[in-house]
Design a protein around this ligand. Structure first.
Ligand code: GLU
Length: 485
């Protein structure tokens, strides 16, 4: 391993969905490594067996693959510092805990004493600390107890006086009173390390240079630092990321019913748009630019520009951004993505009759999220019940009387068309407008209204007529005439 190679790790616990916060951590972790030409490592943190969710690891792999956050080392592809699944590293932690105990930086607590002291601390609302009365044991006594196989935990031993100072790239220099530092458990009674211990040992053994994670870990960082120092290891660069909020007071979380990455995809957000949006949750390039490909992010991402203030998850902005990504898609690709929605809304017959590719052309510039498609196209399937008030439009200078005149004149003109193309419909209609000596809107608005039965439609009279086909268009115009007469 080259000395100064940047090595970062994404270390999710397999507890279910890919939350937006997790994905942002993965993205920033990836970007920091790639910006420096370094390595991005995937480590699965599954020592908390109670929180383990079946299938959650697959979600992690799938998400990384889909978003293009390709890891260089990980459980599935191996690497020089494996294994990359914490439960498979079980045997690697105890010796370090023992070393700490020997150095006086940790201590054994055997089963009977563990509960007693924990109870006292809870009652007195103070952090768990070494208590000479309960915890003092000679080396021999420890060996004796260990030999009997009685249950124990190993706790870190933090001082009660002074303070611990550490540096975070985002939050700056932070100092904490040692009296506040709990003697956290390093090795649990089942012999497995806690996350708190494993992350330090693994980050060291894996040569991690930059630790990127949510700021909920900020308060634990001084305890980790004391472990690094005690073991004579160098402390990694800490990059703690700001929380993601759904509004000024509430954190974004699955528990509050907020969307996970998978939920967003199911709603019709594009993965690239979501990744772009997430990149800006707490980071900015310092320019006006907001649309970034992953390659551009790699080039521009400087973690020193991560904000420490909370980031707000702005739905409106995400929608806008998604719309921008939809506009940029190749036409056929958008068409393919819209197809399942067409299949849901349209009858088999209409799937054949309607000009679906033309619908896609109209929608691609108008839809921001794919799940809006049905609302744009429902009227193609069936003319909705509508009120003749729709024909009255001030700006178009139309009302129900002159709309009736228009439709009655337009009907025979359109009936007479041999080929039903956009151009033919357009030319014939404009000839009529000229003949009637009226403004365009006087003719176009009533036709559009008769064809859609809605006050708003994607596309105007010609587009709708072309998509619906001759027979259905004429039928709808006749219905309009009936309603108005
Ligand atoms: N397993 C931890 C989590 O999923 C990782 C925290 C860290 O990156 O150190 O929250």
């Amino acid at each position: 391993m080259a000395m100064r190679e940047v090595r970062t790790r994404f270390a999710p616990s397999p507890t279910g969905y890919m939350h937006i916060g997790n994905l942002r951590t993965a993205l920033y972790t990836y970007l920091i490594a790639k910006h420096e030409g370094g390595k991005f490592i995937l480590r699965i943190e599954d020592t908390d067996q109670e929180r383990y969710v079946e299938g959650a690891v697959d979600v992690i792999y799938r998400t990384l693959k889909m978003t293009g956050l390709t890891h260089d080392e990980g459980p599935d592809i191996g690497g020089p510092v494996g294994p990359y699944i914490q439960s498979e590293r079980k045997g690697m932690y105890l010796d370090y805990a023992r070393e700490l105990a020997e150095k006086g930086e940790a201590y054994y607590v055997f089963n009977d004493k563990e509960d007693v002291v924990a109870k006292i601390c809870e009652e007195e609302k103070k952090p768990y600390k070494f208590d000479a009365k309960y915890h003092t044991l000679s080396k021999e006594e420890v060996e004796e107890k260990l030999a009997t196989g009685v249950e124990y935990v190993i706790r870190q031993k933090n001082p009660s006086e002074g303070e611990t100072v550490f540096e975070d790239e985002i939050y700056g220099t932070i100092s904490v009173e040692n009296a506040e530092l709990e003697d956290m458990i390093l090795i649990k009674s089942d012999g497995l390390p806690t996350y708190n211990f494993a992350n330090v040992v693994d980050d060291h053994l894996m040569g991690i240079t930059h630790v990127v994670r949510g700021n909920e870990y900020l308060s634990s960082a001084p305890k980790y630092n004391r472990l690094y120092d005690a073991l004579g290891w160098s402390v990694p660069t800490y990059v703690h990321c700001p929380p993601i909020m759904k509004d000024a007071h509430n954190k974004l979380s699955k528990r509050n019913g907020d969307a996970s990455f998978e939920d967003l995809l199911a709603k019709g957000y594009l993965k690239d748009a979501v990744v772009n949006f997430i990149a800006l949750l707490g980071w900015s390039s310092g320019t006006e630019q907001e649309i970034f490909s992953l390659e551009e992010l790699i080039e521009k991402f400087d973690y020193r520009h991560i904000n420490k203030s909370p980031a707000i998850f702005d739905d409106v902005k995400l929608k806008w951004m998604n719309g921008e990504y939809i506009k940029k898609l190749p036409q056929e690709e958008f068409h393919k993505m819209a197809m399942p929605y067409y299949e849901k809304v349209f009858s088999k017959q209409n799937m054949e009759l309607l000009k679906l590719d033309k619908i896609s052309e109209l929608l691609q510039t108008r839809v921001e999220v794919l799940n809006e498609v049905p609302g744009f196209i429902d009227f193609f399937e069936a003319l909705p019940e509508y009120d003749i008030d729709l024909y009255t439009h001030k700006k178009m200078k139309t009302n129900s009387e002159n709309s009736l005149v228009t439709l009655e004149k337009a009907l025979p003109v359109l009936e007479g068309l041999q080929d039903w193309t956009f151009d033919a419909i357009h030319d014939a209609t404009f000839a009529l407008i000229k003949e009637m000596e009226v403004k365009n809107g006087v003719v176009l608005w009533p036709i559009r209204t008769a064809l859609s039965g809605k006050s708003f439609s994607p596309g105007g009279a010609f587009e709708l007529a072309e998509i619906l086909g001759k027979e259905e268009s004429l039928r709808r115009i006749r219905i309009g005439i009936e309603k108005l007469a």
